[in-house]
Design a protein around this ligand. Structure first.
Ligand SMILES: Nc1nc2c(ncn2[C@@H]2O[C@H](COP(=O)(O)OP(=O)(O)OP(=O)(O)O)[C@@H](O)[C@H]2O)c(=O)[nH]1
Length: 319
């Protein structure tokens, strides 16, 4: 048997799309893979212009590709990562892929006929939906992992490692652009006693509730993290000391004015807050200064806000 006789059944069964165009980009042939998915009949589209049959092709791009294949007589390729699909064909995956169209690798090849008349072009479409789906799943797992890596498991706010990385970045930014930045460190008052009274789970419920409440009082650009057990930090970019004091007082008052419900009980909670502003010091110095201010807030009765700068003035006055 002549090999030519086997080509029709081969093309019919091929699990890739084949389209053959003449020199004017009229359809000469489409195989069953294309016909079935595009809901076309070969006899009805034969001789019609490719762009008239497939009206939603990326016309300018494909025309350029076809012209260059025809002119240079060398193949061109496009893969799904560069262009997810060229022909809007449905994929036959039962599961949702995030796209209703088949992801495709596409080869555009010059063809010569038996009588050696050049001018035909073959477009070969390979279904790459599996690779597309796999890449999407990988991407979403990586995003979840990245997210988990930066979030504190109990409160859902940033963990200490990520929060401190962000502080480093924000300090670099503030230094480069000479912008203000302030830092708040706060600590729940008498938390040991609270844990002893309501149990560790009651304590956890308070940490969750207080962090949720505080998150609503901050700007989206403020960076809120859990610094330690019952100690939290907020980076306030673009904020000088006076603004930071306003935020800190707002947080302090909001927490003190409400109770946390736990097991039909209402738990009263207060915070002490230390505030310091960035004036070119190192990250460790800034944290240390904020911590000193927090310590002074504790020492001066708790449920209050103290700034590092005013503490220094206070100490100067006292000595
Ligand atoms: N429930 C709960 N308790 C925690 C967690 N992390 C730390 N703690 C507790 O927080 C308490 C902190 O106590 P201290 O550092 O003595 O401070 P305090 O009792 O809050 O007193 P002041 O800070 O001086 O007002 C300790 O009893 C810790 O066990 C946590 O994730 N959950």
């Amino acid at each position: 048997m002549q090999i030519a006789g086997l080509l029709q059944p081969l093309l019919a069964q091929l699990n890739s799309g084949v389209l053959v165009l003449d020199a004017e980009y009229r359809l000469v042939f489409i195989n069953q893979f294309i016909a079935r998915r595009a809901n076309l009949v070969l006899a009805e589209v034969q001789g019609r212009l490719l762009f008239d049959v497939f009206t939603d092709l990326p016309r300018a791009w494909l025309q350029r590709k076809l012209d260059s294949v025809q002119e240079l007589q060398i193949p061109a390729f496009s893969n799904w990562e560069q262009r997810q699909y060229i022909f809007k064909l449905p994929h036959l995956r039962p599961l949702s892929t995030g796209s209703q169209y088949m992801a495709q690798n596409c080869s555009i090849m010059p063809l010569s006929s038996a009588d050696n008349n050049a001018g035909y072009i073959c477009i070969l479409i390979e279904d790459a939906t599996d690779a597309f789906v796999y890449q999407q799943q990988l991407h979403s797992s990586m995003q979840q992992l990245e997210q988990a890596n930066r979030i504190d498991g109990l409160t859902g706010i940033f963990n200490r490692r990520y929060w401190q990385q962000q502080l480093q970045l924000e300090l670099q930014r503030a230094t480069r652009y000479q912008h203000p930045l302030s830092l708040l460190l706060f600590d729940l008052d008498k938390f040991k006693q609270l844990n002893d009274t309501y149990g560790h789970q009651g304590g956890d419920a308070v940490l969750i509730s207080v962090s949720q409440q505080i998150a609503t009082l901050l700007r989206d650009t403020d960076i809120f993290g859990r610094y330690g057990g019952e100690e939290f930090g907020v980076i306030l970019p673009e904020t000088a000391l006076s603004g930071a004091m306003m935020v800190a007082n707002r947080v302090c008052q909001a927490i003190a004015s409400q109770t946390v419900s736990y097991n039909q009980q209402h738990i009263a909670v207060t915070l002490s807050i230390g505030v310091a502003s960035f004036t070119g010091q190192s990250i460790d110095e800034l944290i240390q200064q904020t911590d000193i201010a927090l310590y002074n807030a504790k020492r001066q009765g708790r449920n209050c806000v103290r700034a590092y700068a005013s503490e220094q003035n206070y100490l100067k006055k006292v000595n």
